[in-house]
Design a protein around this ligand. Structure first.
Ligand code: AMP
Length: 216
């Protein structure tokens, strides 16, 4: 199964991608995570990318397309993948479509998680992650089972993303509506679009996605 998860920051793409990974046994290709790894490598390019990400702007289409194309060529993607946070522009959408067409790979669906702006801001502002394994938590919506201890790896250090602040958030939303929301029409026209209400509990959203995609 080849899927695209669309939705503004804080709409739950990462959470739902992780659930789909477990269900379908295919990898989550998160361009945000790929770019954060490039930043952690500490190279000059990484430093440049970090400045863009911290401001809430988009990294250039060429850089992101190259990273995704490379990743799709890895052996663990032969049975499918979930694109999380990509494509984010019409240029990226056209580029990945062309790349997949050359490989005779058909995209199954683009799932849009629709949420309201206030909920997104709340979700983003309370979000933090384990410094060791990256598991994502929320101050009220998803706390670790034991306070201060990561459920997944038992790590005790946590961090906020540098772009999860009010200024970058407003820029990310602006960019979402300007650059990314046209993809909704793009995939609708291609009869690939599934619109899911992303405002419910993660379990409910997961079930709605499963129903829409006819998976267990
Ligand atoms: P995310 O983790 O998906 O919220 O992405 C975090 C940041 O990484 C975004 O605000 C962008 O700066 C950058 N980024 C992630 N995916 C893309 C993409 N497909 N195109 C351009 N920039 C991206």
């Amino acid at each position: 199964m080849r899927l695209i998860l669309l939705g503004p920051p804080g709409s739950g793409k990462g959470t739902q991608a992780e659930r789909l990974v477990l269900k379908k046994n295919i990898p989550q290709l998160s361009t945000g995570n790929m770019l954060r790894s490039a930043v952690s490598a500490g190279t000059e390019v990484g430093q440049h990318i970090k400045t863009i990400m911290d401001s809430g702007d988009l990294v250039s289409d060429d850089v992101v397309n190259a990273a995704v194309f490379d990743r799709i060529d890895q052996p663990d993607c032969v049975n499918g993948f979930i694109l999380d946070g990509y494509p984010r522009t019409l240029v990226q959408a056209a580029a990945v479509e062309e790349m997949l067409a050359k490989k005779n790979i058909i995209l199954d669906a683009a799932v849009e998680l629709s949420v309201d702006d206030n909920a997104m801001v709340e979700r983003i502002e309370g979000r933090y992650a384990c410094s060791s394994c990256g598991e994502v938590y929320h101050e009220t919506l998803k706390k670790p089972r034991i306070r201060g201890v990561c459920d997944k790896c038992r790590g005790v250090n946590f961090k906020h993303r540098p772009d999860d602040n009010a200024k970058a958030m407003s820029r990310r939303l602006q960019i979402y509506y300007k650059e990314t929301s046209p993809l909704i029409g793009y995939y609708y026209a291609k009869k690939k679009l599934k619109i899911i209400d992303g405002m419910g509990e993660p379990d409910t959203v997961e079930k709605e996605i499963a129903n829409a995609l006819h998976i267990q």
